[in-house]
Design a protein around this ligand. Structure first.
Ligand SMILES: C/C(=C\CNc1ncnc2c1ncn2[C@@H]1O[C@H](COP(=O)(O)O)[C@@H](O)[C@H]1O)CO
Length: 176
């Protein structure tokens, strides 16, 4: 399975880096391909290192602006002209999308893929790894949207939340 992952470009403490590394090892040892932003920065670089060490394949989707941060050792690197084209490529290449802890870049990416799913423009599963309750606030906001009529479809049809890296793969298996 090609799994597109969105996550922080910053180095984070063990609360986030340990589950991210565990997730990466499960991805690699499961014979999956990591599709990601192609960077060696922060959690993105850690993820790629661990997937590679576990025997997984790496497909990086870079944008020209950040090409100097490109990960050395990816099996495939795709260069896109701008951030919008990169987001489209990251989704096009995905069988599923997994979101680890991240900042505004990650939030932008997850919002877009959920919005596209809301409109029926793709049906790829989207799973957020809710490490340390990092996405509790986002989940509360989405549940309020659902409860108060802001969503045309049940929230459960748009996105799932996993508590552990292993649960991410259970949810992906159940969705396929
Ligand atoms: C932080 C630094 C460089 C950032 N380089 C990036 N290279 C590739 N992809 C990136 C980069 N920064 C953001 N992204 C994308 O957004 C997500 C991470 O953003 P966040 O704000 O940290 O959550 C990630 O999924 C990427 O696709 C200098 O060291």
């Amino acid at each position: 399975m090609n799994i597109t992952v969105f996550c922080s470009a910053y180095s984070l403490d063990d609360r986030y880096s340990v589950p991210a590394a565990e997730f990466a090892r499960l991805l690699g040892s499961g014979g999956h391909t990591l599709v990601w932003g192609g960077s060696n920065a922060g959690l993105m670089g850690l993820l790629a290192d661990e997937v590679k060490a576990a025997g997984g394949r790496l497909v990086g989707v870079l944008v020209e602006l950040l090409a100097h941060k490109g990960y050395q050792g990816a099996d495939e690197l795709v260069m896109t002209a701008d951030l919008a084209a990169r987001k489209a490529e990251l989704l096009a290449r995905a069988d599923a999308v997994v979101v680890l802890a991240g900042g505004l870049g990650t939030l932008d990416e997850v919002t877009e893929v959920v919005e596209l799913r809301k409109h029926g423009l793709h049906d790829k599963p989207i799973v957020l790894l809710d490490t340390e309750g990092f996405y509790a606030g986002l989940r509360t906001q989405l549940e309020r949207m659902e409860a108060e009529g802001f969503l045309p479809r049940p929230l459960a049809e748009l996105v799932s939340f996993a508590g552990t890296p292993a649960e991410v793969f259970e949810l992906l298996a159940a969705a396929s």
